[in-house]
Design a binder for this molecule. Sequence first.
Ligand SMILES: C[S@@+](CC[C@H](N)C(=O)[O-])C[C@H]1O[C@@H](n2cnc3c(N)ncnc32)[C@H](O)[C@@H]1O
Length: 163
Amino acid sequence: MLTVKTARNKRIVRRIIRRKVKRITLFMRGINPEDYDVVKADFNEISELDEPKWNHNNCYFNQLMKLVPDSAETCLDIGCGKGELSFMLSRKVKKVTAVDIADKMIEKAKVLHPNQNIEYICGNILDMEFENNSLDVIITTATAHHLPYEWLLNFAKAVSSLY
Ligand SMILES: C[S@@+](CC[C@H](N)C(=O)[O-])C[C@H]1O[C@@H](n2cnc3c(N)ncnc32)[C@H](O)[C@@H]1O
Protein backbone atom coordinates (compact mmCIF):
# COMPACT_ATOMS: atom_id res chain seq x y z
CA MET A 1 0.00 0.00 0.00
CA LEU A 2 1.27 3.51 -0.78
CA THR A 3 1.99 5.76 2.15
CA VAL A 4 0.67 9.33 1.92
CA LYS A 5 4.26 10.55 1.71
CA THR A 6 5.01 8.24 -1.20
CA ALA A 7 1.84 9.25 -3.06
CA ARG A 8 2.76 12.91 -2.54
CA ASN A 9 6.29 12.24 -3.79
CA LYS A 10 4.84 10.53 -6.84
CA ARG A 11 2.61 13.52 -7.68
CA ILE A 12 5.59 15.88 -7.40
CA VAL A 13 7.78 13.64 -9.56
CA ARG A 14 5.01 13.33 -12.19
CA ARG A 15 4.77 17.14 -12.47
CA ILE A 16 8.57 17.41 -12.81
CA ILE A 17 8.61 14.70 -15.50
CA ARG A 18 5.86 16.50 -17.46
CA ARG A 19 8.01 19.67 -17.52
CA LYS A 20 11.10 17.64 -18.51
CA VAL A 21 9.21 16.03 -21.41
CA LYS A 22 8.16 19.52 -22.55
CA ARG A 23 11.80 20.64 -22.46
CA ILE A 24 13.01 17.56 -24.36
CA THR A 25 10.33 18.21 -26.99
CA LEU A 26 11.56 21.81 -27.35
CA PHE A 27 15.15 20.56 -27.53
CA MET A 28 14.24 18.15 -30.33
CA ARG A 29 12.68 21.06 -32.20
CA GLY A 30 15.99 22.94 -31.93
CA ILE A 31 14.90 25.26 -29.13
CA ASN A 32 17.33 24.83 -26.25
CA PRO A 33 17.55 27.70 -23.85
CA GLU A 34 18.10 26.85 -20.17
CA ASP A 35 14.79 28.19 -18.90
CA TYR A 36 15.55 29.27 -15.36
CA ASP A 37 11.87 29.72 -14.51
CA VAL A 38 11.52 26.00 -15.19
CA VAL A 39 14.70 25.16 -13.23
CA LYS A 40 13.36 27.18 -10.32
CA ALA A 41 9.91 25.56 -10.48
CA ASP A 42 11.45 22.07 -10.68
CA PHE A 43 13.73 22.59 -7.70
CA ASN A 44 11.05 24.27 -5.63
CA GLU A 45 9.07 21.05 -6.07
CA ILE A 46 12.12 18.85 -5.51
CA SER A 47 12.71 20.68 -2.20
CA GLU A 48 9.43 19.18 -0.97
CA LEU A 49 10.49 15.58 -1.63
CA ASP A 50 11.25 13.37 1.34
CA GLU A 51 14.84 12.37 0.87
CA PRO A 52 16.93 9.61 2.38
CA LYS A 53 19.96 10.78 4.38
CA TRP A 54 22.36 9.36 1.82
CA ASN A 55 22.06 10.53 -1.77
CA HIS A 56 24.13 10.55 -4.93
CA ASN A 57 25.31 14.09 -4.23
CA ASN A 58 26.14 14.10 -0.55
CA CYS A 59 28.12 10.86 -0.76
CA TYR A 60 30.92 12.96 -2.30
CA PHE A 61 30.83 15.82 0.19
CA ASN A 62 33.49 14.44 2.56
CA GLN A 63 35.86 13.93 -0.36
CA LEU A 64 35.18 17.46 -1.62
CA MET A 65 35.86 18.91 1.80
CA LYS A 66 39.34 17.40 1.70
CA LEU A 67 40.04 19.52 -1.39
CA VAL A 68 39.26 22.77 0.41
CA PRO A 69 42.65 24.15 1.45
CA ASP A 70 43.19 24.96 5.12
CA SER A 71 44.13 28.50 4.13
CA ALA A 72 40.72 29.15 2.52
CA GLU A 73 38.65 31.79 4.28
CA THR A 74 35.81 32.54 1.89
CA CYS A 75 33.76 30.10 -0.14
CA LEU A 76 30.88 30.31 -2.61
CA ASP A 77 28.54 27.34 -2.95
CA ILE A 78 26.68 27.64 -6.27
CA GLY A 79 23.33 25.83 -6.29
CA CYS A 80 23.50 25.09 -2.58
CA GLY A 81 20.13 23.32 -2.42
CA LYS A 82 19.19 22.66 1.20
CA GLY A 83 22.62 23.76 2.37
CA GLU A 84 24.11 20.47 3.53
CA LEU A 85 27.51 21.14 1.94
CA SER A 86 27.35 24.85 2.77
CA PHE A 87 27.08 23.88 6.42
CA MET A 88 30.08 21.55 6.21
CA LEU A 89 32.04 24.34 4.54
CA SER A 90 31.01 26.82 7.23
CA ARG A 91 32.80 24.67 9.79
CA LYS A 92 36.05 24.95 7.88
CA VAL A 93 36.11 28.47 6.40
CA LYS A 94 35.27 31.87 7.87
CA LYS A 95 32.52 32.92 5.45
CA VAL A 96 30.26 30.92 3.12
CA THR A 97 28.05 32.52 0.50
CA ALA A 98 25.45 29.97 -0.56
CA VAL A 99 23.34 30.73 -3.61
CA ASP A 100 20.33 28.97 -5.05
CA ILE A 101 17.75 30.02 -7.60
CA ALA A 102 14.94 28.09 -5.88
CA ASP A 103 13.47 30.11 -3.01
CA LYS A 104 12.09 27.01 -1.31
CA MET A 105 15.55 25.41 -1.27
CA ILE A 106 16.93 28.54 0.41
CA GLU A 107 14.06 28.55 2.94
CA LYS A 108 14.82 24.93 3.81
CA ALA A 109 18.58 25.57 3.93
CA LYS A 110 18.08 28.37 6.44
CA VAL A 111 16.07 26.06 8.69
CA LEU A 112 17.99 22.81 8.21
CA HIS A 113 21.56 24.08 7.93
CA PRO A 114 21.93 27.47 9.55
CA ASN A 115 25.22 28.89 10.75
CA GLN A 116 26.19 32.44 11.61
CA ASN A 117 28.88 32.54 8.95
CA ILE A 118 26.64 31.35 6.09
CA GLU A 119 24.86 33.90 3.95
CA TYR A 120 22.07 32.18 2.05
CA ILE A 121 21.07 34.11 -1.06
CA CYS A 122 18.20 33.30 -3.38
CA GLY A 123 18.95 34.20 -6.98
CA ASN A 124 20.34 33.16 -10.32
CA ILE A 125 24.13 33.00 -10.04
CA LEU A 126 24.35 34.29 -13.62
CA ASP A 127 22.81 37.60 -12.49
CA MET A 128 25.12 38.11 -9.53
CA GLU A 129 28.30 40.07 -9.33
CA PHE A 130 31.34 39.30 -7.25
CA GLU A 131 34.55 41.26 -7.09
CA ASN A 132 37.60 39.74 -8.75
CA ASN A 133 39.62 37.49 -6.45
CA SER A 134 37.03 37.96 -3.73
CA LEU A 135 36.55 34.25 -3.01
CA ASP A 136 39.09 31.63 -2.06
CA VAL A 137 37.01 28.65 -3.16
CA ILE A 138 34.05 28.18 -5.48
CA ILE A 139 32.23 24.92 -5.09
CA THR A 140 29.26 23.59 -7.02
CA THR A 141 27.77 20.13 -6.80
CA ALA A 142 25.22 18.71 -9.23
CA THR A 143 24.60 22.19 -10.60
CA ALA A 144 27.25 22.92 -13.24
CA HIS A 145 25.12 21.30 -15.94
CA HIS A 146 22.59 24.10 -15.48
CA LEU A 147 25.20 26.75 -16.25
CA PRO A 148 26.88 27.75 -19.50
CA TYR A 149 30.27 26.02 -19.48
CA GLU A 150 32.22 29.04 -20.75
CA TRP A 151 30.58 31.29 -18.18
CA LEU A 152 31.53 28.91 -15.38
CA LEU A 153 35.18 28.74 -16.42
CA ASN A 154 35.49 32.50 -16.82
CA PHE A 155 33.66 33.16 -13.57
CA ALA A 156 35.87 30.74 -11.63
CA LYS A 157 39.02 32.22 -13.16
CA ALA A 158 38.02 35.80 -12.37
CA VAL A 159 36.47 35.44 -8.95
CA SER A 160 38.33 32.65 -7.22
CA SER A 161 41.77 33.31 -5.82
CA LEU A 162 42.82 29.77 -4.86
CA TYR A 163 40.70 27.00 -6.44
C1 LIG B 1 20.71 18.95 -8.12
S1 LIG B 1 20.58 20.34 -7.05
C2 LIG B 1 22.07 20.19 -6.12
C3 LIG B 1 21.93 20.78 -4.74
C4 LIG B 1 23.19 20.65 -3.86
N1 LIG B 1 24.33 21.35 -4.44
C5 LIG B 1 23.54 19.20 -3.64
O1 LIG B 1 24.56 18.74 -4.19
O2 LIG B 1 22.77 18.52 -2.95
C6 LIG B 1 20.95 21.71 -8.15
C7 LIG B 1 20.65 23.06 -7.49
O3 LIG B 1 21.13 24.10 -8.34
C8 LIG B 1 20.20 25.17 -8.31
N2 LIG B 1 20.42 25.97 -9.52
C9 LIG B 1 20.28 25.61 -10.83
N3 LIG B 1 20.60 26.61 -11.65
C10 LIG B 1 20.97 27.66 -10.86
C11 LIG B 1 21.39 28.98 -11.12
N4 LIG B 1 21.51 29.46 -12.39
N5 LIG B 1 21.69 29.80 -10.08
C12 LIG B 1 21.57 29.35 -8.80
N6 LIG B 1 21.16 28.09 -8.48
C13 LIG B 1 20.87 27.25 -9.50
C14 LIG B 1 18.85 24.46 -8.24
O4 LIG B 1 17.83 25.27 -7.75
C15 LIG B 1 19.16 23.29 -7.31
O5 LIG B 1 18.87 23.55 -5.97
